[in-house]
Write a protein of this length. Structure first.
Ligand code: SF4
Ligand code: SF4
Length: 345
């Protein structure tokens, strides 16, 4: 909102005051072309976001298919892109900060996480109060706030930061910039509104690294370690093996017992990969009904195969079998599945 949509809005319609004037004014040629240009750009960006969002859900290959294949083969995908586009467009053009204040739970959580040491966008009321219109004689003016209300006018959520920290504040810092401009004009120091903690304003304490900050930093560090572990231990390929539903075992020549399995192999790498499946125990054989062959980059294949185990190796009704996914002589993943044998074992 702040980095893309608001910047486009400011570039086309001007700052908060100009935008308010434009909104309140009659429909003129200027208003029509400015609004049309802004909303057209918003729709284009929302369309791009909707495409990216859909690719995140169905994969980039799925999205490319929707784009290049006839619409009648992808009604659901085509319809979804437009639903997402409209939702994103409405969020960024109409609903806006209501998402932050009403829909997103973070604003409410934020209050629980804060204390008197927390740095937030705040008004320094010790310096600013008592507020009053600018008195050029200097006889009446006490606080630095000249009550120009610019900080309220520019606030996208419409709050008055001078009333204290509020849940609706999205820390956009627009009020800081507006107030700094006012302070420059009346030759007072900047930062009447700025990043302050309660302690900095009341007790004139400098921000310190307190126990709560250490605790939160520890939690963030832990989350980063967990995230790094998942990123670095991520394999390029995945396999899911399931014994065919409703099938028991089959007796094969030479004293072998077999089960049929289905496997899904996913290739998340950027290159095509030839793969095979092998049992960890060399006495166990694999016979393909549908071989996996080469798995194209960014796609998955299904494979169907028999696992054959010599009957004399089966000790019970169910036996665990370890299967390896092999690519380029390298074991990519090992999975354990259940093999069902005859009852008399
Ligand atoms: S912009 Fe600054 S001076 Fe103007 S009302 Fe807000 S806090 Fe006071
Ligand atoms: S930072 Fe200031 S302008 Fe932005 S939401 Fe908070 S109070 Fe409003």
């Amino acid at each position: 909102m702040e980095m893309v949509f608001r910047r486009i809005e400011i570039a086309i319609e001007g700052d908060a005051n100009k935008r308010k004037k434009l909104d309140a004014g009659q429909w003129s040629n200027e208003k029509i072309w400015k609004k049309s240009l802004k909303h057209s750009i918003f729709i284009i960006i929302s369309f791009l976001i909707a495409n990216t969002f859909l690719a995140y859900i169905i994969g980039s290959q799925g999205l490319i298919k929707i784009i290049i294949e006839p619409i009648n083969q992808h009604w659901v995908g085509f319809f979804s892109i437009w639903v997402f586009t409209i939702v994103f467009y409405l969020v960024y053009s109409q609903v806006r900060e209501l998402v932050c204040t009403v829909i997103c739970p973070y604003g409410r959580l934020q209050g629980v996480l804060m204390d008197e040491h927390t740095l937030v966008v705040a008004y320094n009321d010790v310096r600013g109060e008592p507020r009053g219109k600018l008195d050029r004689t200097g006889l009446l003016q006490k606080g630095d706030c000249v009550d120009c209300s610019l900080c309220v006018a520019v606030c996208p959520t419409g709050i008055d930061i001078r009333k204290g920290t509020q849940m609706e504040c999205i820390n956009c810092t627009a009020c800081i910039d507006a107030c700094d401009e006012v302070m420059d004009k009346i030759h007072k120091p900047r930062n009447l509104i700025g990043y302050f903690s309660e302690d900095m304003i009341r007790a004139k304490k400098k921000p310190s690294f307190n126990i709560r900050m250490m605790g939160y930093s520890g939690v963030i560090a832990l989350l980063l370690v967990v995230l790094s572990y998942f990123i670095f231990s991520r394999t390029d390929m995945d396999i899911t093996v399931m014994r065919s539903a409703g099938m028991l075992y089959q007796e094969q020549p030479n004293g072998y017992i077999s089960n049929i399995y289905n496997a899904d192999i996913t290739n998340k790498a950027n290159t095509n990969r030839p793969v095979t499946i092998r049992a960890e125990d060399p006495a166990i054989k694999i016979r393909y009904i549908q071989a996996p062959g080469i798995v194209a980059k960014g796609s998955d294949v299904k494979t169907v195969f028999f696992v054959l185990i010599p009957a004399n190796k089966l000790q019970s009704l169910k036996t665990d079998v370890r299967l390896q996914l092999i690519s380029g002589n390298k074991i990519i993943e090992t999975v354990t599945t259940t093999f069902v044998g005859p009852l008399n074992n």
